[in-house]
Design a protein around this ligand. Sequence first.
Ligand code: TRP
Length: 466
Amino acid sequence: MAGQPQPLESYPVSTDSTSSRGSWNSKIGFIFAAAGSAVGLGNIWAFPAKVADNGGAVFLIVYLLCCLIIGFPVMVGELVLGRSTKKNPVGAFKALSNHWFPPLIGFWGVLCGVMILSFYLVVAGWTAGYVLEEAMHFAGQAELAAWFGDLSNGPKNALFSVLFMAATITIITGGVSNGIEKATKAMMPALLVILIVMIGYVLTLPGATDGVAVYLKPNPADLTGSVVFSALGQSFFSLSLGMGCLITYGSYMSRKQNLAESAFYVTMTDFSVAFLAGFLVIPAMFVAQGQGIPIYNDAGNLVAGGQLVFQVLPAMFHSMESGAGVIAGMAFFILLGLAALTSTISLLEVPVAYAVDEHGMSRKKAAIGIGSLIAVFAIIISFHVGLIDLLATSFNDVGLPLGGFMICVFLGYVWKTQNALLELEHGFEGLHTSWFKPVWVVFIRYICPLLIGSVFLATIYGLLTQ
Ligand code: TRP
């Protein structure tokens, strides 16, 4: 980053008027929390599946470009909105404009957060179920193993999603620095260690290198419009953009922190974890194939989606020597569960911050009340898992880019980038002489809305003519 990057060590934050709604205790605390929000099921469950689905390395390259060209500038924009207003998404837009429309962008974000969390909890619950499935399989309890591993088992899904919500509520109730920051600081390093150890292990298994080749060798013929749509949607979801999650996290940041630099670290951490997860999941598919597990579907494509992580991988763990299989299997699903939990926290924090700021509710009441309501939605989805696809299409594929587009237009033309720059300046010494300033302005005003808008229209067109 240009300017003078500040060291990332902890420093005390002054107790200003924001202390009643909470703030991060350190610069690195924000990075952990925001990276925790970013790194989730999107990285380890969805990303490798999309790579498998969309032609391997080509998807990887397009995805990196989406993160850098669109995701990163929008993330800076969200952080600026949050820090300058010290408010939740609805409050932030209200504070910066007198018109009735902008707060609707905030409401849309809160709604997307609630709906995404409702189905995210069910998938998170699957990962917890699979930790026990692996253990039961090892213990020779085939019937119990099948119960825990059944993705459409309503009561089991409901049980685990409610447990996940209870854990999320507990952390959110602890507050910004004592809850979110502490929990993510403990979980993120654990997640990285498990991920790296598992990659090291899987790469030693026979067949793994075939997977690495598919993952890293680009075939230009694979570059199609749908790859671009899919990569853009995935980058928004994975970076937690478009619904004000980073407006909220930004509202707890200090003016001593360089927003551009922090956003860059978060973007790169998120990309790196997705990239690494590819080295685990794609080679593991080819290991599975060596063990006789089918990894191509009837149409001749690599299996993707839920099937990949929840069917191919458990089958591979089961066919390994049983001691190694159970350890690898449990470690993998614990990894997924940790990643999911640091993300559910950020999804619940948005409506909670809204209730606290705009309706004067206590953090605890808001967390329990809103969390319980979302848990009810999750229970309904638990019994109708077919809804997950529909919700993901509506709120991730359509909802987040729409939110991102409106955030860019608001920043560029309503609040105006010169005002945003006045906020960005705090903590970013040398902003005015840095290349970042003109580049960011051009991206927020022209390039991002244009790219998001055209991909968005093409996605809608694709959905309607499907
Ligand atoms: N980024 C998370 C993942 O990759 C999911 C997530 C957390 C999210 N908070 C969000 C997605 C806010 C969109 C908006 O799994």
